[in-house]
Design a protein around this ligand. Structure first.
Ligand code: BDR
Ligand code: CA
Length: 308
């Protein structure tokens, strides 16, 4: 039976690839896609979620949730994802009239199937934190939360200490880390191991599937930005790696740990702090991906997109 997932995302080119993969994967059934601001403002993220789902037009449409326009975020990543979040792809989208908020969609679906839903969060954790603030009992009804964020030993990617998704709304991240939800963190130490080179883009160009056509519109701008801002001859696909962790968990090595988020530091704001002392009073509160089979994860990404 496929794993029932809700994708909570801030598209973002790598969120967009993750969505393609999820909608095509036999291992997953996408129940809903809920938008959060992050890479771009909440309104744009909501538009992107809707545009992407409309464009894929999957056999079974997921519910869609819109981010709250009141969401407060510390920064954005438009330099890597473009002002529209999709690297200037110019996707048309129907007007967002009467869309349910992401928090409502999450809450409805979790209540409908207690213990069954895995949330894959590939943006800031504001929606999950808001949901818990209004309805704390939902923490025990979420089957599993996969958090794409934080660093274990690697440097940050937005400041020297902090990873983008956690930094954007560190208070929300802290609340979620300290909640009783069953959760797994996939830090950039592992997600940063996969870089898709230009051959990936060439491969897409040789295909004419709906997914390939869409990604061909989005990704050239992502490659240009990665070269200009990160000096990379390829693109980082953090969120796609997290999606593979939901599809094929056996490719990852997990370790039980106690993790928290720094919300007061001047230089370390948004840093994730993991307890690794041998003797400690802290009880582990999450699994953390400490290793993965990077070649197999990359192969899974390429193969799944080929099949999409
Ligand atoms: C994360 O930040 C965003 O730019 C990506 O979409 C990813 O979710 C990387 O830290
Ligand atoms: Ca993201």
């Amino acid at each position: 039976m496929p794993r029932h997932v809700i994708l909570d995302m801030d598209p973002g080119y790598d969120d967009a690839i993750a969505l393609c993969l999820a909608l095509a994967a036999e291992e997953l059934e996408v129940i809903a896609v809920t938008a959060t601001g992050g890479n771009v403002e909440p309104e744009q993220a909501s538009r992107n979620v809707q545009a992407l789902v409309e464009h894929f037009d999957p056999k079974r449409w997921p519910r869609i949730g819109a981010a709250s326009p009141e969401q407060i975020l510390r920064t954005n990543a438009r330099h890597l994802h473009g002002d529209d979040g999709l690297c200037g792809a110019g996707l048309q989208v129907a007007e967002l009239a009467n869309r349910h908020r992401s928090v409502k969609v999450l809450s409805d679906e979790i209540r409908k199937a207690p213990g069954d839903i895995t949330i894959v969060a590939t943006g800031p954790l504001s929606n999950i934190a808001d949901m818990l603030r209004y309805e704390p009992d939902l923490a025990g009804m979420i089957g599993h939360l996969i958090i794409r964020g934080g660093t274990l030993a690697a440097p940050g990617n937005v400041t020297a200490a902090a990873e983008f998704n956690i930094y954007c709304d560190s208070e929300a991240a802290r609340q979620v880390f300290n909640s009783p939800i069953t959760k797994t963190v996939i830090p950039i130490d592992v997600t940063g191991e996969v870089i898709l080179g230009f051959d990936f883009l060439e491969r897409l160009k040789s295909r004419d599937s709906r997914t390939a056509v869409l990604l061909e519109r989005i990704l050239p701008g992502a490659y240009r930005a990665a070269r200009q801002h990160l000096g990379l001859e390829g693109i980082l696909v953090h969120d796609v790696v997290a999606l593979v962790a939901a599809m094929r968990p056996a490719l990852f090595t997990m370790q039980r740990m106690y993790g928290d988020v720094e919300t007061a530091g001047e230089l370390t704001h948004g840093e994730t702090v993991f307890e690794r002392r041998a003797v400690t009073a802290e009880q582990p509160n999450m699994d953390v991906a400490v290793q993965m089979d990077a070649a197999a994860v990359e192969a899974a990404i390429v193969e799944s997109l080929d099949a999409a």
